[in-house]
Design a protein around this ligand. Structure first.
Ligand code: NAD
Ligand code: DAU
Length: 359
């Protein structure tokens, strides 16, 4: 194994869902020295990094990416060869109720990180400067909503509809501008919905698994006909390390697994998988499905064309939706300690994001 040998990578948001998958992947499959920079918000969980603490190639720093002074110290201390920016407020429903944190972390935080990366990069010696990369991890939600036809490509126009996606779109533009204006070697990825182990229980798939296990109502927004394009989180993590390693500077890459499913199909599939693992007293868990008030500004459909990533960098998703979902449901059944500790520390699983429907 020689990938990233001798390289130090700063991974922001490495205690979150995707960031922790990236850290696990880098420690398991590459030789990189990994510095996890995370503020430890409600969404963070260091239990998502089993074994990392004992690994000599791993360091953790509790730092807010909005804090320029702290970031400067980290760049000086670690002299990194690359940055992967995953730190963000990530939940659309929360952004509807309280957009302020999204503006701070996703926009001001990315700006602050870019400034400190630029300052550091400019002072690097020429070989290090030439090899340095700043990879910004973003979402397909920046493109807005598709109708029944078509796919998002790297040429799709930006048309974000939620405070979350608008803040991510803004950060993508900043990253592009720091490349065009200052020459910082940046790249951007835009990925579809991830799922898999260590996913915070507010998101659709873990939410439904946990409620389904408890025999509680399964709240499907609107008619359940909204479509998301699902990607197993470890496939995303591999895509990100490939883009960092071999992607062309200044380019954007779409990441997606070609797994379009309606929300209702996803929830029904979870019900069936749970029923096959642990029977539910009253028959099928499908009976628990309950259609509730829709999310304000709910995007109808996302779907990714990942041809560029596949042809340029040879990436392929290893999991189909069926294999990935079965693994994920089994993981939540087996690893109850991980998610029960989140419930025990105060996350109640209540509906969020209806503020926009109030006058
Ligand atoms: P997450 O909410 O699970 O984790 C975010 C992490 O960032 C947490 O550990 C949190 O503590 C940390 N963080 C938040 N604010 C911070 C700050 N100011 N300074 C330092 N750390 C901070 O999010 P996720 O689902 O893992 O998403 C990671 C990234 O990938 C985000 O940028 C998100 O927009 C993007 N993305 C997510 C998905 C998805 O389906 N989850 C899809 C495409 C892109
Ligand atoms: O597309 C990528 C995005 O996917 C990421 O950028 C975001 O960070 C990530 O949170 C995710 O956003 P979504 O809004 O698509 O994910 P969420 O899990 O919140 O919802 C998925 C779909 O399920 C969405 O159409 C809303 C619906 N939903 C969600 C919940 C929590 C329900 O019907 N019921 C629910 O209880």
């Amino acid at each position: 194994m020689t990938r990233f040998r001798g390289a130090t990578l700063l991974v922001t948001g490495g205690a979150g869902f995707i960031g922790s998958a990236v850290v696990r992947h880098l420690l398991r499959d590459t030789d990189a020295q990994v510095v996890n920079i995370d503020k430890l918000t409600y969404a963070a969980n260091l239990q998502s990094l089993p074994g990392a603490d004992g690994n000599p190639r791993y360091r953790f720093e509790q730092v807010d990416i909005c804090n320029a002074v702290d970031l400067r110290k980290l760049f000086e201390k670690y002299q990194p060869d690359g940055v992967m920016n995953l730190a963000a407020e990530s939940h659309v429903d929360r952004s509807i109720d309280g957009p302020g944190e999204f503006i701070q972390t996703n926009i001001v935080g990315t700006f602050t990180l870019l400034q400190e990366a630029l300052r550091y990069w400019r002072a690097c010696e020429s070989n290090k400067r030439a090899a340095f990369r700043f990879l910004h991890i973003s979402t397909d939600e920046v493109f807005g909503s598709l109708g029944q036809e078509g796919l998002f490509t790297e040429e799709s126009s930006y048309a974000p509809n939620s405070p979350y996606s608008a803040s991510k779109a803004s950060s993508d533009h900043l990253v592009r501008a720091w490349r065009e204006t200052y020459g910082l070697p940046t790249l951007v990825t835009n990925c579809s919905n991830n799922y898999g182990p260590y996913h915070f229980p507010e998101k659709l798939i873990p939410h439904m698994i946990i409620k389904g296990l408890a025999g509680e109502a399964l709240p499907v927004y609107g008619s359940g006909q909204n479509v998301r394009d699902w990607l197993y989180v470890d496939d995303h993590a591999r895509a990100l390390s490939l883009v960092l390693e071999r992607g062309r500077v200044g380019e954007t890459y779409n990441v997606g697994g070609c797994n379009e499913r309606t929300n209702l199909y996803v929830v029904e599939s979870i019900c069936d998988l749970l029923d096959s693992i642990a029977s539910h007293g009253d028959g099928s868990r499908r009976k628990l499905i309950s259609f509730v008030t829709d999310r304000p500004g709910h995007d109808l459909r996302y779907a990714i064309d990942a041809t560029k990533l596949q042809t340029e960098l040879g990436w392929r998703a290893a999991e189909t939706f069926e294999t990935g979902l079965a693994k994920t449901v089994q993981w939540y059944v087996d690893e109850q300690k991980w998610w029960r500790s989140i419930l025990d520390s105060g996350y109640a699983g209540n509906r969020a994001g209806l503020a926009g429907t109030k006058p």
